[in-house]
Write a protein that binds this ligand. Structure first.
Ligand SMILES: Cc1cc2nc3c(=O)[nH]c(=O)nc-3n(C[C@H](O)[C@H](O)[C@H](O)COP(=O)(O)O)c2cc1C
Length: 329
């Protein structure tokens, strides 16, 4: 482990997080164009993805460090979750390390500066002309105070405000830390929401092809729920699914002093479950439908397994925290 990484891991988790974002954010002022590592190239949502490793949502919630993240070599970087209005998230402490398990538990609660602050930063990134072929995803959420019945309007506001900058949108219905959010993943509510967003995508696109829409799902789903969600996403014309977000399950970390913290568990304990859910989605969607695999990918083996399970591309978060930027390579 390099000295910077050791120092960060010796600090309280959120302090380390803020320092890392600050450091990577400073890369905005370094000269030069930024390109991804060249790996196994593939078509992805109408673009050419230079390598299949992406940064998962939640690390750069406010798009403060896009160029710095891109410099790490990612094929794609997903910013957010962003909500229409700025909100503080849950009280601290809300992020816990479980290094023995290479895992994190978080209940951040969509702390973010809101969509207008993000638009300003993404405008600067795009206008700099320095982000060459790293794809940029924007992960959308709803404000905590917006009732589920009005959830669609928050996602639509996000699309309206940010569609000029995004190579794809992720519709996040799977954070365990916004009360009731995961209920939107089901039944008629899901159908109505996805149809609404698809309609807006087409309206914003005019004659063009529109910003692809991906749905991000939880790992805590029964097989039947997976099949229902897959059918709805396909029927509503979504372009892909990201599986998975963090889990509420704690069996894998039972007995750890932080195991009882509420929130979502990420990292190594999620590897098998996320790959299993991804494989279930793969068998429930058409061949050309895009699937992004995320959850506990910590090395090349995990990455290969997720690709074998049927993923077109991958994302990482927790292993990046523990191993630092070299993991992208
Ligand atoms: C501290 C933290 C914050 C996160 N915030 C978000 C978020 O805002 N939106 C989102 O869709 N996922 C969020 N996630 C979930 C990750 O994007 C990812 O789906 C999950 O952590 C599993 O991947 P991993 O095991 O590689 O970390 C967050 C994860 C962590 C650890």
């Amino acid at each position: 482990m390099n000295p910077v990484q050791s120092l960060l891991l010796a600090l309280p988790p959120e302090t380390a997080h803020n320092l890392a974002i600050g450091g990577l954010g400073a890369a905005h002022y370094l000269p030069g164009r930024v390109t991804p590592l060249t790996g196994a190239q593939r078509p992805f949502l109408g673009h050419n993805l230079h390598n299949p490793i992406g940064l998962a949502a939640g690390l750069d919630k406010d798009a403060q460090a896009v160029l710095g993240m891109a410099r790490c070599g990612f094929g794609f970087v997903e910013v957010g979750t962003v909500t229409p209005l700025a909100q503080p998230g849950n009280p601290q402490p809300r992020l816990f390390r479980l290094p023995e398990h290479q895992a994190l538990i978080n209940r951040m609660g969509f702390n973010n500066q809101g969509m207008f602050a993000m638009a300003k930063r993404l405008d600067a990134v795009r206008n700099s002309g320095r982000l060459m072929s790293t794809l940029l995803g924007v992960n959308l959420g709803k404000n905590k105070d917006t009732p589920n019945a009005d959830a669609a309007s928050d996602y639509l506001k996000g699309m309206d405000c940010l569609h000029r900058y995004a190579d794809y949108f992720t519709v996040n219905l799977s954070s365990p830390n916004t009360p009731g959010l995961r209920q939107l993943q089901h039944g008629e509510t899901l159908h109505a929401l996805l149809s609404n967003l698809k309609e807006r995508q087409l309206a914003l696109a005019g004659q063009g092809s529109g910003v692809p829409l991906l749905l991000k799902v939880a790992p805590d789903l029964e097989r039947q729920e997976v099949e229902q969600i897959a059918a709805q996403a396909v029927a509503c014309g979504f372009e892909g699914i990201i599986a998975t977000n963090t889990t509420l399950a704690r069996e894998a970390v039972a007995g750890h002093p932080h195991a009882g913290e509420s929130g979502g568990l990420s990292g190594a304990p999620l590897t098998q479950r996320s790959a299993q859910v991804l494989a279930q989605f793969r068998s429930a969607v058409p061949k050309e439908f895009t699937l992004v695999g995320v959850g506990g990918i910590s090395d090349g083996d995990d990455a290969q397994k997720m690709l074998k399970a049927g993923a077109n591309a991958l994302q990482i978060y927790t292993s990046f925290v523990y191993q630092g930027p070299k993991i992208v390579q």
